[in-house]
Design a protein around this ligand. Sequence first.
Ligand code: URA
Length: 226
Amino acid sequence: MESSGAAAWTTQMDRITVLEQDRSLLNLMTIIRDLNTNDRDFSAAVEKVVRRLITAALGHVPAEEYTVTTPINKPYTGIRFTKGVCGVSILRAGACMEQALRDTWTGPLSFGKLLIQRDEETSIAKIYYSKLPAGITDDIVLLLEPMLATGGSVIKAVENLTSNGVPEESIVLVNVVSSQKGLDVVSGRFPGLKVVAAAVDAELTAQNYISPGLGDFGDRYYGTTH
Ligand code: URA
Protein backbone atom coordinates (compact mmCIF):
# COMPACT_ATOMS: atom_id res chain seq x y z
CA MET A 1 0.00 0.00 0.00
CA GLU A 2 1.17 3.52 -0.76
CA SER A 3 2.21 5.38 2.34
CA SER A 4 0.85 8.90 2.77
CA GLY A 5 2.22 11.58 5.08
CA ALA A 6 -0.11 14.16 3.63
CA ALA A 7 -3.33 13.32 5.47
CA ALA A 8 -3.75 16.51 7.50
CA TRP A 9 -2.09 19.12 5.34
CA THR A 10 -5.15 20.50 3.55
CA THR A 11 -6.93 21.54 6.77
CA GLN A 12 -7.98 25.18 6.46
CA MET A 13 -6.09 27.27 9.01
CA ASP A 14 -7.87 29.90 11.03
CA ARG A 15 -7.26 33.52 10.11
CA ILE A 16 -6.17 34.25 13.65
CA THR A 17 -4.11 31.55 15.31
CA VAL A 18 -3.10 31.71 18.95
CA LEU A 19 -0.55 28.98 19.74
CA GLU A 20 -1.77 26.16 21.93
CA GLN A 21 -1.23 27.25 25.52
CA ASP A 22 0.57 24.06 26.56
CA ARG A 23 2.86 23.86 29.59
CA SER A 24 6.03 24.29 27.59
CA LEU A 25 4.74 27.50 25.97
CA LEU A 26 3.33 28.82 29.27
CA ASN A 27 6.68 28.20 30.95
CA LEU A 28 8.53 30.11 28.22
CA MET A 29 6.04 32.99 28.38
CA THR A 30 6.42 33.11 32.16
CA ILE A 31 10.21 33.48 31.75
CA ILE A 32 9.75 36.13 29.08
CA ARG A 33 7.25 38.15 31.10
CA ASP A 34 9.20 38.00 34.37
CA LEU A 35 10.76 41.32 35.32
CA ASN A 36 13.63 39.39 36.95
CA THR A 37 14.63 37.49 33.80
CA ASN A 38 17.94 38.79 32.49
CA ASP A 39 18.33 39.81 28.86
CA ARG A 40 20.21 36.64 27.85
CA ASP A 41 17.57 34.31 29.30
CA PHE A 42 14.87 36.55 27.83
CA SER A 43 16.27 36.26 24.30
CA ALA A 44 16.86 32.50 24.65
CA ALA A 45 13.22 31.95 25.66
CA VAL A 46 11.97 34.32 22.93
CA GLU A 47 13.85 32.33 20.30
CA LYS A 48 12.11 29.12 21.36
CA VAL A 49 8.69 30.78 21.18
CA VAL A 50 9.52 32.35 17.81
CA ARG A 51 10.41 28.94 16.35
CA ARG A 52 6.94 27.73 17.24
CA LEU A 53 5.35 30.85 15.79
CA ILE A 54 7.26 30.56 12.52
CA THR A 55 6.36 26.87 12.20
CA ALA A 56 2.68 27.73 12.71
CA ALA A 57 2.88 30.67 10.28
CA LEU A 58 4.41 28.46 7.58
CA GLY A 59 1.19 26.44 7.73
CA HIS A 60 -0.27 29.23 5.58
CA VAL A 61 2.08 28.49 2.68
CA PRO A 62 0.10 26.67 -0.02
CA ALA A 63 1.20 23.14 -0.87
CA GLU A 64 0.31 20.32 -3.23
CA GLU A 65 0.43 16.58 -2.89
CA TYR A 66 3.74 15.17 -4.08
CA THR A 67 4.82 11.55 -4.43
CA VAL A 68 8.43 10.41 -4.13
CA THR A 69 10.04 6.98 -4.31
CA THR A 70 11.85 5.84 -1.18
CA PRO A 71 15.24 4.03 -1.25
CA ILE A 72 13.42 0.71 -0.97
CA ASN A 73 11.50 1.55 -4.12
CA LYS A 74 8.16 2.30 -2.49
CA PRO A 75 6.01 5.35 -3.18
CA TYR A 76 5.50 7.90 -0.43
CA THR A 77 2.92 10.63 -0.91
CA GLY A 78 3.74 13.81 0.97
CA ILE A 79 3.56 17.43 -0.02
CA ARG A 80 5.65 20.16 -1.55
CA PHE A 81 5.15 23.87 -1.09
CA THR A 82 4.10 25.86 -4.13
CA LYS A 83 5.21 29.35 -3.10
CA GLY A 84 8.33 30.99 -1.75
CA VAL A 85 8.46 32.92 1.52
CA CYS A 86 9.57 36.46 2.23
CA GLY A 87 10.16 37.57 5.84
CA VAL A 88 9.59 41.30 6.31
CA SER A 89 10.88 42.62 9.63
CA ILE A 90 9.46 45.71 11.25
CA LEU A 91 12.69 47.09 12.72
CA ARG A 92 14.13 46.73 15.12
CA ALA A 93 12.36 44.03 17.14
CA GLY A 94 11.05 42.08 14.13
CA ALA A 95 14.60 41.23 13.07
CA CYS A 96 14.86 38.84 16.03
CA MET A 97 12.63 36.39 14.12
CA GLU A 98 14.74 36.19 10.97
CA GLN A 99 17.11 33.43 12.10
CA ALA A 100 14.23 31.16 13.12
CA LEU A 101 12.73 31.62 9.65
CA ARG A 102 16.07 30.78 8.00
CA ASP A 103 16.37 27.66 10.17
CA THR A 104 12.79 26.47 9.71
CA TRP A 105 11.88 27.14 6.07
CA THR A 106 13.47 24.94 3.42
CA GLY A 107 12.18 26.63 0.23
CA PRO A 108 12.97 29.87 -1.60
CA LEU A 109 13.49 32.65 0.96
CA SER A 110 14.11 36.39 0.87
CA PHE A 111 13.92 39.20 3.41
CA GLY A 112 12.62 42.76 3.46
CA LYS A 113 12.96 45.48 6.09
CA LEU A 114 10.69 48.28 7.20
CA LEU A 115 11.69 50.96 9.69
CA ILE A 116 8.50 52.48 11.08
CA GLN A 117 8.40 55.00 13.88
CA ARG A 118 5.79 57.17 15.46
CA ASP A 119 6.13 60.87 14.63
CA GLU A 120 6.81 62.60 17.99
CA GLU A 121 4.44 65.49 17.23
CA THR A 122 1.55 63.84 15.43
CA SER A 123 1.86 60.31 16.98
CA ILE A 124 1.22 58.95 13.48
CA ALA A 125 3.34 55.97 12.39
CA LYS A 126 5.68 56.87 9.53
CA ILE A 127 7.91 54.71 7.29
CA TYR A 128 11.55 55.86 7.42
CA TYR A 129 13.08 53.01 5.42
CA SER A 130 11.62 50.32 3.19
CA LYS A 131 13.55 47.68 1.25
CA LEU A 132 11.53 44.85 -0.26
CA PRO A 133 12.73 42.05 -2.57
CA ALA A 134 11.64 42.29 -6.22
CA GLY A 135 9.81 38.93 -6.19
CA ILE A 136 7.79 39.61 -3.03
CA THR A 137 4.46 39.85 -4.88
CA ASP A 138 4.54 36.09 -5.61
CA ASP A 139 5.52 35.06 -2.09
CA ILE A 140 3.78 34.36 1.18
CA VAL A 141 4.98 37.26 3.32
CA LEU A 142 5.65 36.69 7.01
CA LEU A 143 5.42 40.14 8.59
CA LEU A 144 7.66 39.91 11.65
CA GLU A 145 6.56 42.07 14.59
CA PRO A 146 6.80 40.62 18.11
CA MET A 147 4.59 43.23 19.83
CA LEU A 148 1.20 44.34 18.48
CA ALA A 149 0.13 47.22 20.73
CA THR A 150 -2.08 49.88 19.08
CA GLY A 151 -1.67 48.40 15.60
CA GLY A 152 -0.30 51.64 14.10
CA SER A 153 3.00 50.17 12.81
CA VAL A 154 1.39 47.01 11.49
CA ILE A 155 -1.27 49.00 9.61
CA LYS A 156 1.49 51.12 8.04
CA ALA A 157 3.48 47.99 7.15
CA VAL A 158 0.52 46.17 5.57
CA GLU A 159 -0.39 49.31 3.59
CA ASN A 160 3.21 49.51 2.36
CA LEU A 161 3.19 45.84 1.32
CA THR A 162 -0.15 46.02 -0.47
CA SER A 163 0.82 49.25 -2.24
CA ASN A 164 3.87 47.33 -3.50
CA GLY A 165 1.61 44.66 -4.99
CA VAL A 166 1.48 42.04 -2.20
CA PRO A 167 -2.08 40.68 -1.89
CA GLU A 168 -3.47 41.14 1.64
CA GLU A 169 -4.31 37.41 1.67
CA SER A 170 -0.61 36.56 1.24
CA ILE A 171 0.45 38.33 4.45
CA VAL A 172 0.84 36.52 7.79
CA LEU A 173 1.62 38.66 10.83
CA VAL A 174 3.94 36.76 13.19
CA ASN A 175 3.63 38.09 16.69
CA VAL A 176 4.69 37.13 20.23
CA VAL A 177 2.17 39.23 22.20
CA SER A 178 -0.86 41.12 20.85
CA SER A 179 -3.09 43.46 22.72
CA GLN A 180 -6.73 42.61 22.18
CA LYS A 181 -7.25 46.14 20.89
CA GLY A 182 -4.38 45.93 18.38
CA LEU A 183 -5.60 42.57 17.15
CA ASP A 184 -9.15 43.88 16.69
CA VAL A 185 -7.89 46.99 14.87
CA VAL A 186 -5.63 45.20 12.38
CA SER A 187 -7.95 42.27 11.70
CA GLY A 188 -10.90 44.65 11.24
CA ARG A 189 -8.90 46.84 8.87
CA PHE A 190 -7.45 43.97 6.80
CA PRO A 191 -9.97 41.11 6.50
CA GLY A 192 -7.54 39.01 4.41
CA LEU A 193 -4.59 39.31 6.83
CA LYS A 194 -3.62 36.24 8.83
CA VAL A 195 -2.18 36.49 12.33
CA VAL A 196 -0.19 33.97 14.37
CA ALA A 197 0.42 35.00 18.01
CA ALA A 198 1.69 33.32 21.17
CA ALA A 199 -0.51 35.37 23.52
CA VAL A 200 -3.25 38.00 23.47
CA ASP A 201 -3.27 40.40 26.43
CA ALA A 202 -6.35 42.29 27.54
CA GLU A 203 -5.03 45.79 28.19
CA LEU A 204 -2.90 48.66 26.94
CA THR A 205 -1.41 51.15 29.39
CA ALA A 206 -1.71 54.93 28.96
CA GLN A 207 1.80 54.80 27.40
CA ASN A 208 0.62 52.08 24.97
CA TYR A 209 2.52 49.25 26.62
CA ILE A 210 0.77 45.89 26.37
CA SER A 211 -0.45 44.78 29.82
CA PRO A 212 0.48 42.52 31.52
CA GLY A 213 2.91 42.34 28.57
CA LEU A 214 6.67 41.99 28.88
CA GLY A 215 7.98 45.56 28.86
CA ASP A 216 10.08 46.93 26.00
CA PHE A 217 10.78 43.93 23.79
CA GLY A 218 13.62 45.51 21.77
CA ASP A 219 15.48 46.80 24.82
CA ARG A 220 15.34 43.41 26.50
CA TYR A 221 16.16 41.36 23.40
CA TYR A 222 19.07 43.57 22.34
CA GLY A 223 20.20 44.44 25.88
CA THR A 224 20.11 48.18 25.21
CA THR A 225 19.22 49.29 28.72
CA HIS A 226 22.67 48.60 30.15
N1 URA B 1 6.36 47.45 22.16
C1 URA B 1 6.98 46.85 23.22
O1 URA B 1 8.18 46.56 23.14
N2 URA B 1 6.26 46.59 24.32
C2 URA B 1 4.96 46.87 24.42
O2 URA B 1 4.37 46.59 25.46
C3 URA B 1 4.33 47.49 23.32
C4 URA B 1 5.05 47.77 22.22
